[in-house]
Design a binder for this molecule. Structure first.
Ligand code: 9MR
Length: 468
């Protein structure tokens, strides 16, 4: 006797089996690779870029990383500058810049053109012109170069580094010939040649508030009032840990944005006196975090570019004797877990660039602290990245405690003082991250060794209170 139930039962069983297989596949699927810096930045509506230069494009290990998705923007370090592009009057050479633009296009990377008018890397024929001829030479240079790259660049640094430290304009060949009006003239000339490129003024030591930043601020305000085509201000951000972090960077970026221009971090690196040590690297990691946080907090901050990504090709050792180690990748093109991690974490990532260990889903308790934990595990060891978010009351000084189930053993921690007793790990704040306002976050990290299994800690306490 055939029962109508049998085929139906079989169908239900088949369906159930299908669902089970699908669920099993989901559970078994390896965690997807961590997001790149540019993917993380894009998720926040910004780009993350790296400068480059033509000589290093012959290094395939280098280009694999440059074009491998970590970076969504690039800036030619030298090959679009006047001394390269018009070494003698009227004779133009765009080959180096073209090579970088073509690399960028084929790797889906936008290009910031750098730069059109600058007192440095300026061929001597310009500075020795009679002052009556400088304007024509400048306009011809801008028109020819911008037209050559028309439609291919995201932005141009039209005038580079025009200010003295006291906020007055440098008395360079352009200023001497045309007065302060050379800047408006340069912007208008560039706009006529490529109305779609974002036109920037770019300078260093304007990241924090101060006389130089005020000089730039007043100039941009006046250019906007006159209707001069200016779209953005570039904050180079060549920082050095021995000089302190720029004052009020976020507020400073914001006041420029409030003038109606974009802002961008255009040449970020954070150098130190060598050799590096734990204290210096901790400070450096915090500087990178601070810069990312400042940009993220300002809607019109469009992106961050580091001034090349590896110490191998950094300009620092050649310029500042005894200094270096300024970038997130070392001289062997390996990511520095702590610096890369600081940038990634600040951008909202897992901080490691490897395969993230899934974070257990916490049960949120309203008003309590929160802890996000991830581990970049290489089988015998791992880097733990922990972001602590304070609860609803400000604290000044904190102690974080958690325990591992296995034999995980601390080897080195950063951004706090780390210790371990048995399976319990204790982290207390560093001097610079002890004060946390309500809801404020800070990130710490450490390397551990282990054997056997490596399960994430199940619970955390901050100053004795359980965190979700
Ligand atoms: O990275 C550039 C380096 O290769 C050159 O030797 C140097 C010459 O001035 O310029 C470097 O880039 C500078 C940029 O164009 C403007 N801001 C400061 C950068 C570092 O010097």
């Amino acid at each position: 006797m055939s029962s109508p139930l049998r085929p139906r039962l079989a169908a239900v069983l088949a369906l159930a089996l299908g669902v089970l297989l699908a669920l099993t596949a989901m559970v078994m699927r390896p965690a997807s690779a961590a997001s790149t810096l540019d993917q993380l930045a894009k998720a926040k509506g910004k780009y993350f870029g790296s400068a480059t230069d033509n000589p290093e494009l012959s290094n395939s290990a280098y280009t694999a990383i440059l074009g491998g998705g970590e970076f969504g923007a690039t800036t030619p370090g030298n090959s679009m500058k006047w001394d390269t592009t018009e070494p003698s009057r009227g004779s133009f050479n765009f080959s180096g810049g073209d090579t970088i633009v073509s690399f960028a296009k084929s790797h889906n990377v936008i290009v910031r053109g750098h730069n059109l008018v600058w007192h440095s890397q300026l061929p001597s024929w310009v500075s020795s012109l009679p002052s009556t001829q400088v304007q024509a030479a400048m306009e011809n240079h801008i028109t020819t170069e911008v037209t050559h790259y028309k439609g291919q660049l995201y932005a141009w640094d039209v005038v580079n580094e025009p200010f003295n430290e006291d906020g007055t304009l440098r008395t360079d060949a352009f200023y001497n010939a045309m007065g302060s009006g050379y800047i408006a003239d340069a912007l208008r000339t560039a706009h006529a040649a490529d109305p779609n490129a974002k036109l920037y003024l770019n300078d260093y030591n304007i990241e924090g508030t101060g006389a130089k930043s005020d000089g730039m601020y007043n100039l941009v305000k006046s250019l906007k009032q006159q209707g001069v085509p200016i779209d953005g201000v570039g904050f180079e951000s060549h920082l050095a840990i021995q000089y302190g972090f720029p004052t009020n960077m976020q507020q400073n970026l914001q006041r420029f944005a409030d003038l109606g221009v974009d802002v961008a971090v255009t040449e970020l690196d954070v150098r130190m006196q060598l050799p590096a040590d734990t204290t210096k690297v901790n400070t450096q990691a915090q500087y990178y975090t601070n810069v990312v946080n400042a940009c993220l907090a300002v809607t019109r901050c469009v992106g961050i570019t580091i001034w090349d990504y590896t110490d191998k090709y950094s300009w620092i050792p050649g310029t500042f004797s005894g200094e270096g180690s300024a970038l997130p990748w070392d001289e062997n093109l390996n990511k520095k877990p702590q610096i890369y991690g600081a940038i990634s974490t600040a951008l909202g990532g897992t901080g490691d660039g490897g395969t993230p260990t899934p974070t257990p889903t916490p049960t949120p308790t309203p008003g309590s602290c929160k802890v996000a934990y991830s581990a970049n595990d290489w089988g015998t060891g791992f880097t733990a990245n922990i972001t602590i978010t304070n609860g609803s009351s400000a604290i000044n000084g904190w102690t974080l405690k958690f325990s591992y189930a296995g034999n995980q053993q601390l080897s080195q921690g950063w951004s706090g003082t780390w210790s371990q007793s048995g399976s319990t790990v204790t982290v207390t704040n560093a001097s610079w991250n002890g004060g946390l306002a309500a809801g404020a976050s800070t990130s710490v990290g450490a390397n551990f060794t282990y054997s056997g299994s490596n399960t994430a800690p199940g619970s955390f306490t901050l100053n004795g209170t359980a965190c979700s």
